[in-house]
Design a protein around this ligand. Structure first.
Ligand code: F6P
Length: 366
């Protein structure tokens, strides 16, 4: 499917786990397409499933009104439904088929000239696979984890940080009242950005991230010392992907059809139980979970999502396909989808943020 000379109609879909700012990006795409370029816009529903099953919604300017501040996505999303590996039942047995041809047919059926795919690692990999099948596509990066290669920041991250920091603030007060150790488990599968930055902002005493394997005895030493000095409480912020020096990540379950099947969770309890057992100090665990993915986007996320969405439409009209919009410093740029595959943007263990945290006495349990 080659792009027509003149782009008249675009499609947008949101794929992967949701995050605050998706509606802001949809709004920016719809408004820029209609007001600036006079294009028509259609939305595919439920991520790539909508493309496979031809579930669409026409998007007028009015549909983009009043959604800027809303969490979630008006289009729905899914972190399963990969068109290149779609589960189908054959004689009662689940098998996987490439139904991408069907999805491309649905683009044509809807007279779509170009696709804007908003997603994380998995969804953007699929976007690139469609580009290799000659679909004119532009990607927009999103994830609360901020672990996408090729952009300095993804929208959704700042809101998740705000949520996590506010939770830590609240936990600080109850921790102090009871002389307790409080463990707060936050999201962050492969990268510890949420734990690191919310931990820094919330005054965490120990921050455990996937990039710096921890030793539980070191964590306990910090907690014991603080108790010895008369500190009323200790806060341990743990990324769900935190891993002990000798051990593995804590896997909660496998979601077979997902582009990334591993679901983590539970390391907070593992760490909390060990702390209580080894130090004798009363310990409680809070797992923030999907609260971090919800809510109204912050100013930063609304502005970034708006800039990404608007630029993506401009790129479509310039016929610049196979790229993802990105933030470099303060500027919105674009980068080939191909070059963002397979790599993750992780916390640099000797980087500035980690060093700053160590300078103020934060322990990484190493
Ligand atoms: O990648 C974003 C993310 O929120 C991760 O932080 C988390 O591990 C995962 O998605 C959870 O996925 P699900 O919504 O399928 O439980």
């Amino acid at each position: 499917m080659k792009a027509k000379k003149k782009i008249e109609k675009i499609a947008i879909l949101t794929g992967g786990g949701d995050c605050p700012g998706l509606n802001a990006v949809i709004r920016a795409v719809v408004k820029t397409a209609i007001f600036k370029h006079g294009l028509e816009v259609v939305g595919f529903l439920e991520g790539y499933l909508g493309m496979i099953k031809n579930m669409t919604r026409r998007l007028e300017a009015a549909d983009a009104s009043g959604i800027l501040h809303q969490g979630g996505t008006i289009l729905g999303t899914s972190n399963r439904d990969n068109p290149f590996r779609f589960p189908v039942m054959v004689r009662g047995k689940k098998t996987f088929r490439d139904v991408s041809g069907q999805a491309v047919k649905n683009l044509k059926r809807n007279k779509v000239d170009a696709l804007i795919a908003v997603g994380g690692d998995g969804s953007l990999t699929i976007a690139h696979q469609f580009f290799e099948k000659d679909v004119p596509v532009v990607g927009i990066p999103k994830t609360i984890d901020n672990d996408l290669w090729g952009t300095d920041v993804t929208f959704g991250f700042d809101t998740a940080l705000q949520t996590a920091m506010e939770a830590i603030d609240k936990i600080q007060t109850t921790a102090a009242s009871h002389h307790r150790v409080m463990v707060v488990e936050v999201m962050g599968r492969y990268a510890g950005w949420i734990a690191l930055e919310s931990g820094l902002a919330g005054g965490g005493d120990v921050i455990l991230i996937p990039e710096i394997p921890y030793n539980i005895e070191r964590v306990c030493e910090v907690v014991r010392k603080r108790h010895h000095y008369g500190k009323r409480s200790s806060i341990v912020v743990v990324a769900e992907g935190a891993v002990p020096q000798k051990g593995e990540v804590v896997v909660q379950k496998l979601v077979e059809d997902s582009t990334d099947p591993v679901r983590l969770g539970g390391v907070g309890y593992k760490v909390g139980n060990e702390i209580e057992k080894r130090t004798g100090l009363e310990t409680r665990v809070t797992v923030l979970g999907h609260i971090q993915r919800g809510g109204s986007p912050t100013v930063f996320d609304r502005v970034l999502a708006t800039r990404f969405g608007s630029r993506a439409v401009d790129l479509v009209t310039q016929r610049k396909f196979g790229v993802m919009v990105c933030l470099r410093g303060l500027k919105i740029e674009d980068i080939a989808l191909k070059s963002v595959q397979g790599d993750q943007r992780k916390v640099f263990p000797n980087g500035d943020l980690v060093k700053t945290a160590r300078s103020i006495g934060v322990s990484f349990g190493d």
